[in-house]
Design a protein around this ligand. Structure first.
Ligand code: DX5
Ligand code: ZN
Length: 217
């Protein structure tokens, strides 16, 4: 089984020290910085917008993995592309014209991702798989860190890996929500490529060790 990439989410960090948080992520040997963008409508909380990504960009050499939990994500993609995002992922539940938006993100020179909440089946995004670079499987209902992973969602990771092995697309599979040292073995076993982790990372006293153990080392 290959080691997944680790993408700590700054959602669990102290927002008054986010530059320090992304430096901690880089220094821990993690691979990506996960930026949770919330609009107060698609999910209840509000977090931050493209200016935060732009201001953090010079502080980190990691891939910036932007997770848009917003309605009308099409209004934000240009600004996040300009801010230095590498992956821009939006929710299949947030708009009607997903093919168009995946294409628009790629046209901006960025990797395009699609995400599904726990109640959305893989079949809802199957037609999009040839056009996406990443599928983000939410294993909690989005909006808050520190929730418990819903184990049934991991079947979607296996289904996506199976579709990919049959040549349906060339996307990475990411899991987001409730990933910690207790749940990581089953997440890895499901065949994930990227593990997002918020509270487990920022609560860990030894972040280098946490990243190594999440990877299965
Ligand atoms: C939840 C966010 C997640 C969150 C994960 O809506 O999309 O990225 O930060 O946090 P943990 O790892 O604490 O579940
Ligand atoms: Zn997220």
């Amino acid at each position: 089984m290959k080691s997944p990439l680790i993408a700590p989410s700054v959602l669990a960090a102290d927002f008054s020290c986010l530059a320090e948080a992304v430096i901690q992520i880089d220094n821990a040997g993690a691979d990506w910085v996960h930026l949770d963008v919330m609009d107060g409508k698609f999910v209840p909380p509000l977090t931050f917008g493209p200016k935060m990504a732009a201001d953090l960009r010079p502080c980190s050499s990691s891939v910036f993995d932007v997770h848009l939990m917003v309605f009308e994500p099409e209004n934000l993609i240009e600004d996040f592309a300009r801010a230095g995002a590498d992956y821009i992922t939006f929710h299949a539940e947030a708009l009607v014209h997903s093919h168009r938006l995946l294409g628009a993100i790629r046209d901006l020179g960025k990797k395009a991702g699609i995400s599904i909440v726990p109640s959305t089946p893989v079949s809802a995004v199957e037609p999009l798989l040839p056009y996406t670079d990443l599928v983000l499987v939410m294993t909690v209902n989005p909006g808050y860190g520190g929730q418990t992973l819903i184990p049934g969602c991991l079947g979607k990771v296996k289904a996506l890996a199976d579709l990919r092995s049959r040549g349906v697309g060339e996307y990475l599979i990411s899991v987001d929500g409730g990933v910690n040292l207790l749940t990581a073995p089953s997440v890895r076993e499901a065949g994930v490529d990227v593990m997002v982790t918020g509270s487990a990372f920022f609560d860990a006293p030894d972040k280098v060790r946490l990243v190594r153990e999440l990877k299965g080392g």
